[in-house]
Design a protein around this ligand. Structure first.
Ligand SMILES: NC(=O)c1ccc[n+]([C@@H]2O[C@H](COP(=O)([O-])OP(=O)(O)OC[C@H]3O[C@@H](n4cnc5c(N)ncnc54)[C@H](O)[C@@H]3O)[C@@H](O)[C@H]2O)c1
Length: 449
């Protein structure tokens, strides 16, 4: 893991550093999704000429036309980029050839057996290898296990004969994007950068410092890779903790949300996490298992990670049990009941349904014979997923729709939903997010789940 090369400044390093500082460098981003698109926008705003590469031809078409495909980023970003002479979207690898620096922001999902699926990282690195030239900086941003940059990316990039740290530069800089969160953006979220060698670290630091307000250099790519995993494992474990406490306190007749609010008044040593219907999104349910996989190579078992996974993955079943018990109290069965699910995105105010627990909840309800429909102001059609295919469209949240349901099941508490109307018209509300606490004296029976 030691840095291979001497800390002296080479000619390649000096030239690239100068190009970065003077904004003469061309910056490429590979993978223009939730992470890559805000990044290229930030690089563009920093004054660089930019090339956005994605294998998805539809995204490139939309970018050229200035048409948005990620709602939460706003129309302006797409319009700005489409109008700019310093931004070229492309699905041709050779479009990246003129880049001085390239950031890779492709998916890192799990395979069938919860093993890391690095196929996107491998494929995109192979593409970058085709245009790699002396003096280029490559930065991996995809969340992954420690060692990926050095063990997977470096050998692929070196196949053509150029040597990392001498002829080209390679670093890891984890993305901390939180789509939908107000008040933060790529520019203001502090950055970590770790190089494979000192020169790569210095150049990575220079590149990100041009576009991001605070950049912290760490001693290696492995530290940066591990820091990102620690951040996400910390969330997964703490969410599991409150998810485990939720049924315990519920059976004692204690409201967990009130307990968390009370504990959160402590000004130190406690950070509130909130229970829910399970974990969703491309990061928290997935990334921790990357470390679990790598830990096995060193003979370690990551018990906390696996336990958190077990607890969080059971939450959809718990929600369905609570719903079933609530219906039972009204002499109704799940079978034949009309259940209106509110909010299917994995978190509030975004249109992202990746790994959403709503999918498992709907599957379980359908399997038990419920008639399920959903309302989500951000997701008009439930897209087909690897494990789920429902063919459902969002229904309007009308008084008639609410009255016709046997239960409304709140999975995600989008701000744009009229909870007062739900409280007024629905007979029964099963609430996994404490969303109904904002409605004064609802007529509906409200059960927290
Ligand atoms: N979404 C988040 O909030 C978030 C936050 C922090 C970190 N991350 C990490 O960032 C990485 C990217 O996640 P994302 O959410 O942006 O994914 P995404 O699916 O939104 O975007 C990835 C893009 O990469 C493209 N792509 C796939 N293979 C490619 C290839 N060979 N060449 C070029 N483009 C290719 C896809 O078409 C897609 O547009 C993941 O490792 C993820 O864990 C995501």
């Amino acid at each position: 893991m030691a840095n291979n090369h001497t800390p002296e400044t080479s000619t390649h390093e000096m030239i690239l550093h100068d190009r970065i500082v003077k904004r003469k460098a061309t910056v490429g981003v590979v993978g223009l999704g939730y992470v890559g698109l805000p990044l290229i926008h930030a690089m563009h705003n920093a004054g660089f000429t930019t090339v956005g590469f994605d294998i998805d031809a539809e995204k490139i078409r939309l970018l050229k036309a200035g048409k948005p495909y990620l709602e939460h980023l706003g129309r302006e970003m797409f319009r700005d980029l489409a109008r700019s002479k310093r931004f070229t979207p492309t699905n041709k690898v050779k479009g990246l050839a003129k880049c001085d620096a390239i950031a890779i922001c492709v998916p890192t999902p799990l395979g069938k057996h919860d093993e890391p699926d690095l196929s996107y990282v491998v494929n995109s690195t192979e593409m970058v290898a085709r245009v790699l030239h002396p003096g280029m900086l490559v930065s991996l941003e995809s969340t992954t296990y420690p060692g990926t940059t050095r063990e997977i990316c470096k050998p692929i990039l070196e196949r053509g004969g150029l040597v990392a740290g001498r002829d080209f530069f390679l670093c890891f800089s984890p993305e901390r994007e939180d789509p939908g969160r107000k008040g933060v953006e790529t520019r203001t979220i502090p950055r970590l950068v770790g190089g494979l060698d000192p020169a790569s670290g210095r150049l990575g630091h220079a590149l990100y410092s041009a576009a991001v307000e605070r950049v912290m250099a760490v001693s290696s790519a492995e530290v940066a890779e591990s820091a990102k995993l620690l951040e996400n494992i910390y969330r997964a474990v703490n969410i599991a903790l409150v998810n485990e406490l939720k049924p315990v306190l519920a059976d004692m007749g204690i409201d967990i949300w009130e307990v968390i609010a009370a504990a959160a008044t402590k000004p130190f040593g406690f950070q509130p996490f909130y229970p829910g219907p399970g974990l969703g999104g491309h990061c928290i349910p997935i990334d921790p298992y990357y470390l679990t996989y790598k830990a096995r190579e060193y003979g370690h078992v990551t018990r906390f990670i696996e336990l958190a996974g077990l607890v969080n993955r059971r939450m959809p079943e718990y929600v369905v049990e609570r719903l079933s018990a609530a219906l039972n109290q009204e002499s109704k069965s799940v079978k034949g009941s009309r259940i209106l699910v509110v909010g299917i995105a994995y978190k509030p105010d975004v249109d992202d349904v990746r790994e959403t627990p709503a999918a498992e909840v709907i599957r379980l309800l359908s399997e038990r014979g419920a008639q399920v429909s959903y309302h989500d102001p951000h997701v008009p059609v439930f897209p087909s997923m690897r494990k789920y295919r429902f063919g459902l469209h969002s229904v309007r949240l009308t008084a008639a729709e609410l009255k016709a349901s046997d239960a409304v099941l709140i999975i995600t508490d989008h701000a744009a939903v009229d909870y007062a109307a739900i409280g007024r018209h629905a007979p029964l509300v099963v609430d996994t997010r404490n969303a109904m606490s904002r409605v004064r004296s609802p007529s509906a029976r409200v059960v927290k789940a």
